[in-house]
Design a protein around this ligand. Sequence first.
Ligand SMILES: Nc1ncnc2c1ncn2[C@@H]1O[C@H](COP(=O)(O)OP(=O)(O)O)[C@@H](O)[C@H]1O
Ligand SMILES: [Mg+2]
Length: 362
Amino acid sequence: MKTLPPHSIIGILGGGQLGRMTALAAAKLGYRCHIFCPDAGEPAVEVAAFHTCASFDDEAVLEGFATAVDVVTLEWENVPLRTLEIVARHTAVHPGIEVLRVAQDREQEKTFARSIGIGTTDFAIVHSAEELAAALPKFKLPAILKSTRMGYDGKGQVKITHATDAAQAWAQMGAPVGILEAYIDFLCEVSVIVAVRADGASAAYPAVENIHRSHILAETHAPANLPPHAAEEAEHAARLLATKLGVVGLLAVEFFVLRSPNEKGQHVLMNEVAPRPHNSGHWTMDACVVDQFEQLVRAVCGLPLGDPTPHSRAVMYNLIGDEADSWAEYLAQPQTALHLYGKKETRAGRKMGHVNVLKGEW
Ligand SMILES: Nc1ncnc2c1ncn2[C@@H]1O[C@H](COP(=O)(O)OP(=O)(O)O)[C@@H](O)[C@H]1O
Ligand SMILES: [Mg+2]
């Protein structure tokens, strides 16, 4: 395994807040980041040493970027695979193309998880309103129809009840391929973030509970208040997924915790994976000595991984839309750390920042 020493240049595909916080963590260890993103106004650009603003399909510009950096990682899992292929001709890309191929597609994610013994919701892949109508009788309603690709924050998702018309749901979902999923009446949602180095060394943060509002993550509670076997099962499944997928870098895995074990004795079902820093890991910035962003830098540079044991319990609150306007109030709260992403325009549903409130010793 190659170790990249401080002062090396880390290329990051994507310029959002996850790239911004990765660049800040990298700078703390003396590395420089080079952001590749389409728009110079994106949050990561203003905190990075270098940036290149071009389309992800601009081959000549990508070649120039790839030869100017020592390693490449990403903060957005929907970077086109072709982009990664071009970059990989010149430099190591972590995570690699095969990981992205699975993580970009809900069918592949679930099929992969099942192939290694991890439970998922029952699902059917549908390509038309007719196929959807034909699949529905096999599902207990409600069910959820999602686009297989490019979904985030609940976009491209339609809940299907007895009152729903298949043609209307298909049109509303608005993608060429859909995945119809059994609706899970879960106890709660949890996630686990694992860091893996090229030599296989790994470190997992403990399972945390995520509360969504309007399909957008609103709060993360660390630790999750779970029966110990459910937390252990989630942590084990996340490590297994990261290892079997061959991730170098970070893998965040979202799970539904069942109210009672299913027929296979499983207490958790995998919902989706993200091979990058994750919103549900932002609490680590103030509750762990080494946070998820620094952990990513350590993993892709071949450095010793940080101890993922938290020192504090914490609750992370996302600041969505105009919630960030109350920044002065958050600054005045005890045991509270404010993080803003520098986005110039506030929009409803847009993640503008977050606050971490520490809740005492872990
Ligand atoms: N099969 C399901 N059963 C119950 N709730 C679901 C199901 N799928 C998604 N949800 C809810 O919608 C949220 C967003 O769905 P998710 O599949 O994570 O898509 P994304 O985060 O990419 O928008 C989940 O965190 C969960 O709260
Ligand atoms: Mg999700």
